[in-house]
Design a protein around this ligand. Structure first.
Ligand SMILES: Cc1cc2nc3c(=O)[nH]c(=O)nc-3n(C[C@H](O)[C@H](O)[C@H](O)COP(=O)(O)OP(=O)(O)OC[C@H]3O[C@@H](n4cnc5c(N)ncnc54)[C@H](O)[C@@H]3O)c2cc1C
Length: 413
């Protein structure tokens, strides 16, 4: 079976490696960029996705490049702690959770691809424009006038997927919720436990901050910072371009007030070398991903708000599931059906939950119930309420510890 993968991002490369591990070697990846660049800032790889990367034999590299997240802590806008929970091994998972630079994760996948599948299978500067198919094969047609033929074509071409546009021509552009995100990394001294992922504020006025490397000789780590503000009234939607750079003054004016005794966001704003901007967009869940020999994966299938840090993890799970189905099912139709049944409803639930701020619901409730802050968090939440909210999101996003620890592997023996 020959598989054409469109997009050499986290989803596309994870799929190529998963297919190789499942015994399907005839795989070509077509990437629009001229080179695989290690771009982006920090992302989280949750235990369900770390399990998949571990089963692909990438655990050592992941551990060396990222930082095992120890806890997840939520604060109100006054810097008062609402909720803290252990993460990864400390939370009882058999696999850690990693905070990592997106570029470094992509680098790990890329190097593994070169070693295992081979550099001649990665075709850079090949931007797909459309696909065509008949009962025997599927073809990818590229902007440079070339074409490639295979048995299955997977659109892993991100939030602006050309394949999705072809399959769902009436859909239109991604949907903006009016929130702008300013993103950066900065070298800084560790804060809280040194492995804490913190979220501060409420939806529409938030900071998400976490270290993504171990301590360097300078006593500092690389810290990922995402600052979010509702800008819909008065400003147009920022460009949907992951490389869109902006001036530090803009960030300082909006978030320079964020100084607490446990973290100094104003100082981080100055310490970052460069600030990037991106609108918070997603798309409505689709009723169908697969049409004949063509299907979708990752952000092309289910772009979601970065709430609960799930985008890359869900793409990795898609990849592992699709590879398993293609290896084990008797026909391409059956494989794509089984893949879609397993992954489409599951990811739609995460997209919708993220719109309702999923994992971070307690921060909205704290702002609603106690906008001026609180003496004790017990004044704001009923007994057991915070525990219940935390457990609910983990179940929705597929990383409830008991279920994940007990579920059979997706590897093909
Ligand atoms: C440059 C970049 C920086 C990012 N930075 C961050 C970040 O800092 N934080 C964060 O949370 N998320 C970031 N993301 C998004 C994040 O990587 C994804 O949400 C997630 O990993 C899902 O991965 P994916 O492979 O489905 O999509 P993506 O990672 O978006 O990968 C899609 C790939 O398809 C390629 N492509 C697009 N169109 C075509 C086409 N027509 N033909 C061929 N190839 C095509 C793209 O160049 C890209 O390599 C970034 C994405 C990109 C592309």
């Amino acid at each position: 079976m020959k598989v054409l993968i469109v997009g050499g991002g986290i989803g596309g490369l994870s799929l190529a490696l998963s297919l190789h591990a499942a015994g399907i070697d005839d795989v070509d990846v077509f990437e629009a960029s001229p080179v695989v660049e290690e771009l982006g800032v920090g992302i989280n790889v949750l235990p369900h996705a770390v399990r998949e990367l571990t089963e692909l034999g990438l655990d050592d590299e992941l551990a060396a490049a990222g930082l095992a997240t120890g806890e997840f802590v939520m604060f109100n806008k006054h810097g008062q702690r609402i909720w803290a929970e252990p993460r990864g091994l400390a939370a009882g998972y058999r696999w850690p959770q990693y905070s990592i630079h997106r570029g470094r994760l992509l680098g790990i996948l890329h190097r593994a691809f070169l070693r295992r599948v081979g550099g001649h299978r990665l075709h850079a500067a090949r931007r797909i424009v459309c696909s065509s198919q008949d009962h025997r094969s599927v073809s990818a047609h590229f902007a440079d006038g070339t074409a490639a033929e295979g048995d299955v074509l997977v659109g892993a071409d991100g939030v602006h997927s050309s394949i999705r546009m072809q399959l769902h021509p009436d859909e239109g552009p991604p949907l903006w919720n009016g929130i702008t995100m300013w993103r950066a990394v900065a070298r800084a001294e560790p804060f809280l436990s040194g492995r804490s992922m913190v979220i501060l504020g409420y939806f529409g006025k938030r900071a998400v901050i976490y270290p993504i490397t171990t301590l360097g000789d300078d006593g500092c780590t690389l810290v990922n910072i995402v600052l979010e503000a509702k800008t819909a009234q008065g400003r147009p939607m920022p460009r949907q371009d992951w490389s869109h750079r902006v001036d530090r003054d803009e960030v300082r004016a909006l978030f320079g007030w964020m100084r607490f005794d446990w973290i100094d966001v104003a100082m981080l704003i100055e310490a970052a070398e460069q600030w990037w901007q991106y609108p918070m967009v997603d798309r409505d869940p689709l009723a169908r991903w697969s049409f004949g020999r063509v299907t979708l994966l990752g952000d092309a299938a289910h772009p979601m708000y970065p709430v609960g840090a799930n985008g890359a993890s869900q793409a990795i799970l898609d990849a592992r599931t699709l590879a398993r189905m293609l290896a084990l099912e008797g026909s391409i139709d059956a494989a794509l059906d089984a893949y879609e049944s397993a992954r489409r409803p599951a990811t739609a639930a995460v997209v919708l939950s993220n719109r309702l701020v999923g994992a971070e619901t307690c921060m909205e409730l704290a702002e609603e119930r106690a906008p001026h802050g609180f003496e004790r968090v017990e004044e704001v939440f009923a007994p057991g309420e915070l525990e219940r909210l935390s457990a609910e999101y983990k179940r929705t996003a597929g990383f409830d510890p008991v279920t994940l620890n007990d579920r059979p592997s997706l590897s093909v023996e």
